[in-house]
Write a protein that binds this ligand. Structure first.
Ligand code: SF4
Length: 335
């Protein structure tokens, strides 16, 4: 699989006539207004200076609801991105939008500009959870938009959230399974955070909403992550991008935020696998994994390695190019 450098352009709340209960894009994207076409060009130029020219670059329009803007506004941004693709400086264009802002004419226009991937915020595919999250679109909208996007030949991304009001692990697993059934090529998993100046913050203050603990969020995401990987859906992100306001907790009231959230999730997945190896306090354990997985099998702050050292006399990890994802094998030598 190719590794892409992503140039993120945040189109902040330009096209949302209302706000989902958890959303304050101003806080999340850390910007006060969406960039103009000219500013978009400058952002791309700045990023390109830092990206090696032999790398694959994607220009990605995040945040807000790209296809909710007028066609003229969309085209202003798209023509900037298309310029860099045509000049060989970027390889792909992708964007995120709402499922109810997809139609044949919108997709025809995106095709014209060479957009490759469309990501939809599905968030939850459970009726009650979706309704309470204030998304104001239906599950049928997600299904219809996903089928249309696939029929036009775009790559489909379906993002989900865990821990929304009335969500449970079962409902989140159901959402993940539906995302697989809708033939998504990729996904992002976001734990719900209580961010200042949102409707969810008011619920939280009134005691009507309780956020997931960090441990719960890690446990849920570990199960969901594995389900996606086992069904060949690429997981592009787990956890929100750590903006300054989140790291300093200035914007964050509650919720499972951690700067290394994905590492915690991968550590948990590996820990469960490693604990199935029968303990042998006299033995030397040798574990073989792919080069990409070696850091996560050792774990966040070497947590898994330390745990194994309590179960074996010696522990060693070696890399094996033949392995991928969570494949591994092991042998135990008596000392
Ligand atoms: S659709 Fe996205 S940007 Fe718009 S209010 Fe909801 S979460 Fe925020």
């Amino acid at each position: 699989m190719k590794n892409y450098y992503t140039i993120p352009i945040f189109i902040t709340e330009k096209a949302c006539p209302f706000r989902c209960i958890y959303c304050n894009q101003y806080k999340i994207a850390n910007r006060l207004a969406a960039p103009t076409a000219e500013e978009t060009k400058q952002i791309i130029e700045t990023y390109l200076k830092t990206i090696p020219s032999d790398k694959h670059t994607t220009i990605a329009f995040f945040g807000g609801s790209f296809t909710g803007m007028s066609i003229e506004e969309q085209n202003q941004y798209l023509s900037v991105a298309e310029y860099y693709v045509k000049n060989g400086k970027a390889e792909k264009i992708q964007l995120s939008t709402r499922p109810d802002y997809i139609s044949e004419s919108i997709l025809e226009n995106l095709k014209k500009y060479g957009v490759k991937t469309i990501e939809l915020g599905a968030q939850s595919l459970d009726e009650t959870v979706l309704k309470l999250s204030g998304r104001r679109h239906t599950i049928a909208d997600v299904e219809k938009a996903s089928a249309l996007i696939k029929s036009f030949g775009f790559d489909l991304g379906l993002q989900m959230m865990i821990g929304l009001p009335y969500d449970t692990l079962g409902k989140s697993m159901f959402t993940a399974q539906k995302i697989i059934d809708l033939k998504a090529d990729n996904t992002r998993i976001y734990p719900t955070l209580v961010i200042k100046d949102t409707a969810l913050a008011a619920w939280w203050k009134e005691g009507k909403y309780k956020a997931l603990s960090l441990q719960e969020a890690v446990d849920w995401c570990a199960k969901i992550y594995l389900l996606f990987i086992n069904n060949r859906v690429q997981v592009l992100r787990v956890g929100l991008h750590p903006s300054e306001g989140l790291i300093s907790r200035q914007d964050l009231l509650d919720g499972p935020f951690h700067v290394s959230f994905k590492e915690l999730v991968l550590t948990k997945i590996w820990k469960e696998k490693l604990l199935k190896i029968p303990e042998n306090k006299q033995g030397k354990l040798l574990v073989r994994v792919s080069p990409q997985a070696v850091n996560s099998i050792i774990g966040y702050k070497a947590e898994n390695k330390k745990l194994l050292k309590t179960r074996f006399a010696e522990v060693q990890f070696v890399t094996d190019e033949q392995k991928e994802n969570f494949d591994f094998d092991y042998q135990i030598e008596e000392k």
